[in-house]
Design a protein around this ligand. Structure first.
Ligand SMILES: CC(C)(COP(=O)(O)OP(=O)(O)OC[C@H]1O[C@@H](n2cnc3c(N)ncnc32)[C@H](O)[C@@H]1OP(=O)(O)O)[C@@H](O)C(=O)NCCC(=O)NCCS
Length: 367
């Protein structure tokens, strides 16, 4: 048995592993999705040598027994650049679980010359194992704006008066505003990079959302239609970014607005938050949600009616709209750092991390 990044020529082993470990409709079996998610990631070229896929596998000659999918990312932390892997799909073949293989391949990942490892959407079963491997677990902040009583119909616990009343309280009325400063864009260009490097990047820590990255992550993503917007001041300089997706809610005629990215210069945050509400209403969504680890916009969100929310609805949203999970689920992240230069105290202070549900691998339709 050996652990290595999978050679492209052995891709058929990966397909076999997916067929045996996931449902046959699993999205990573779609070559176009897999290629976009891995080799087309703009950070891939610098980090993974020619001929290899960014998929760390534990294998013998005939099959793969366990794997982690890795995506390289540039990572800015208090003005310094570190290397990071976003990892996902930690999977041990169902016939080989509870034999230490999951821990073995994770140990190997932790020895690679990468400063930070991160993973999102960690399952209940795996949280315990990762914490024993010194990963730090964090639930993402959940934000919710509810637009109509119809949203209440979606909640399993709607007959519980505490849940009903709590949700009624947060229903927000329609507002009109002047949103001429907010424009849809089909791609992010060089003027966006100017904003990113001087406007937002210095405020938050974490993965670089430069134009290359955002263009790959949203406009070029297969299967999903993301709606991207920029906020411009009166001199047409970019001051902020918003990315939304409108999801159909399973087995209903309702729609939900999922906010994936939101970052602006502070003076534009209120207008941007109001725009999002107004847009979601116009698209006939019954609620809007957003997940992140960055609390910098909380007060602007609260003013617009997007509330930090621990209500039962916010834990049910993944079940309602998440293309993969059919269960209530907290959207979370785990982080592990290798580099002792970054102190634990600053690193695990997540208020400054700009991580959103758009970083995660949740956007995966099964077919
Ligand atoms: C989660 C998963 C990857 C774990 O892999 P695994 O090979 O079964 O786990 P391991 O045998 O290496 O380690 C787990 C066991 O070792 C134990 N353990 C003991 N010492 C340990 C150590 N130092 N570090 C880690 N685990 C340790 C754990 O408590 C656990 O005990 P268990 O067998 O009673 O569950 C596997 O269950 C899986 O593929 N699940 C389905 C997909 C999934 O949920 N993926 C996670 C996405 S985040």
């Amino acid at each position: 048995m050996k652990i290595e990044f999978l050679d492209k020529k052995d891709r058929s082993l990966l397909e076999q592993f997916y067929r045996e470990s996931y449902s046959p409709k699993y999205i990573l079996l779609r070559k176009d999705f897999f290629d976009w998610y891995t080799v087309k990631n703009p950070n891939y070229r610098d980090r993974f040598p020619d001929g290899q896929l960014p998929v760390l596998v534990l294998r013998d000659d005939k099959r793969i027994l366990a794997h982690w999918v890795c995506g390289a990312q540039k990572f800015n932390f208090f003005g310094r650049n570190f290397s990071m892997f976003w990892t996902s799909n930690w999977m041990v073949h169902p016939d080989f679980r509870h034999r230490g293989l999951g821990a073995l391949i994770t140990n190997f990942l932790q020895k690679l010359p990468v400063d930070v490892l991160a993973a999102n959407m960690v399952t209940k079963e795996s949280r315990n194992v990762l914490e024993r491997l010194n990963y730090q677990y964090q639930d993402l902040n959940r934000y919710l704006a509810v637009f109509s009583d119809e949203a209440l119909n979606l909640v399993n616990h709607r007959n519980d008066p505490r849940v009903r009343d709590r949700l009624r309280e947060v229903i927000i009325p329609a507002k009109n505003g002047d949103f001429a400063n907010i424009e849809p864009v089909s791609a992010f260009a060089e003027d966006y990079n100017e904003f990113w490097h001087s406007g937002f990047a210095p405020v938050a820590q974490g993965g670089a959302r430069d134009a290359d990255f955002l263009n790959w992550r949203y406009p070029q993503a297969p299967f999903f239609e993301y709606r991207c917007f920029v906020v411009k001041d009166n001199q047409k300089k970019i001051k902020g970014v918003i990315v939304l997706r409108i999801d159909e809610i399973r087995n209903t005629n309702y729609r939900a607005c999922r906010m994936l990215e939101f970052f602006t210069d502070p003076e534009w945050a209120k207008l941007a938050a109001e725009f999002v509400i107004s847009y979601a209403r116009r698209e006939k969504c019954v609620f809007l949600d957003y997940y992140n680890l960055f609390s910098g916009f909380d007060s602007f969100f609260a003013e617009a009616g997007i509330l930090k929310n621990d209500s039962v609805l916010s834990t049910e949203i993944p079940r309602l709209t998440q293309p993969v999970a059919h269960e209530n689920w907290f959207i979370n992240a785990v982080f592990w750092k290798r580099n002792p230069e970054i102190s634990n105290e600053t690193f695990f202070n997540f208020d400054k991390w700009y991580t959103t549900s758009g970083d995660s691998d949740q956007d995966r339709k099964n077919f």
